[in-house]
Ligand binder design. Sequence first.
Ligand SMILES: Nc1nc2c(ncn2[C@@H]2O[C@H](COP(=O)(O)OP(=O)(O)OP(=O)(O)O)[C@@H](O)[C@H]2O)c(=O)[nH]1
Ligand SMILES: [Mg+2]
Length: 343
Amino acid sequence: MIDLVEPLLAGDRRALARLLTAIENERPGVEAALAALFSYTGRTWVIGVTGAPGTGKSSLVNALAKAYRAHGETVGILAVDPTSPFTGGAILGDRIRMRDLSGDKGVFIRSMATRGNLGGLSRAARDAIRAFDAAGFDRVLVETVGAGQSEIDIVRAAHTTLVVEAPGLGDDVQAIKAGILEIADVLVVNKADRVGVENTIRGLKTMLELGHPASRAQLMQHHGQLLPADTSSNGHNESFWLPPILRTVATDGQGIDEVLRAIDAHREHLLRTGILQLERGQIEIELHERLQAALVARFLSQIPVDSIAAIIDRVQNRAVDPQGAVNQLLALMELPKSLKVNE
Ligand SMILES: Nc1nc2c(ncn2[C@@H]2O[C@H](COP(=O)(O)OP(=O)(O)OP(=O)(O)O)[C@@H](O)[C@H]2O)c(=O)[nH]1
Ligand SMILES: [Mg+2]
């Protein structure tokens, strides 16, 4: 794996492809390669694209990538499907939808599906983004289907998150979950050529006004009241970003330039106000996730499989409750006398 590092840094797409496969399959040697690449990362701008199934995320990613290419920027695309254990139909569909990008060396498209657990997927997605980053892509577009917490975890690795809505998905306001709205930096109402766009936009505006922290703060300020404590601690109201609502027809490129401009405006905003803070928060979350996974793995490697089977029996027989069982398992583990972080 480590021999992929140099060619990848030099722009070799086959080396990138091989590393991405190794990341997805958690092959040995990946850690060393990623460690070697890490100091070359932190240059790209990562754009998350999420939303309910069928809203037009892939079409939008395709249109954005084409627009970036027209501006001479290179684009890495990662399509992550937390709902599927297979690289199946949806991904094939993406390939077809994105086919007008194929043959362009400035674009690299990769799909990833759930393998094992979701934590593993969000780790793999982060690693894949770093591989694109080190390979020198100016932008990385990450598509995830709106499926709850999992895609929120994945877009947490993004700098700018687009949440895609579309008319005609049943109850317009229901179709977008409040949790997703909270992570939106730009709201895109796609399929603006369809009836019902105005309803969708109205619904989003209402939800934004009610639910978005920036909007709440701005509303409060607007009414001349005190800002919430966490707001004033930032000092400036300009540290708030109210997500714009933009309409697009991804399939024919309408509105795409406005989306590009909104992404750049958000980027400028973050660079001015809080990119370091955002990054620190992301690192903290990632370290926490990785530590959790590593501790559980280490623990399980130290405990004989029999002991776990035995304790499951005991819980099932009501001899011990689940928390008591965990405490008993923990007592089996030898704890180091001190934990020191190496310099
Ligand atoms: N009329 C219209 N159709 C669109 C538009 N954008 C996408 N579509 C169509 O909507 C369908 C779904 O588009 P996708 O881009 O695959 O949507 P998606 O959100 O990536 O779908 P999943 O990845 O399966 O969740 C396709 O048939 C597209 O051609 C649009 O702006 N207008
Ligand atoms: Mg898609």
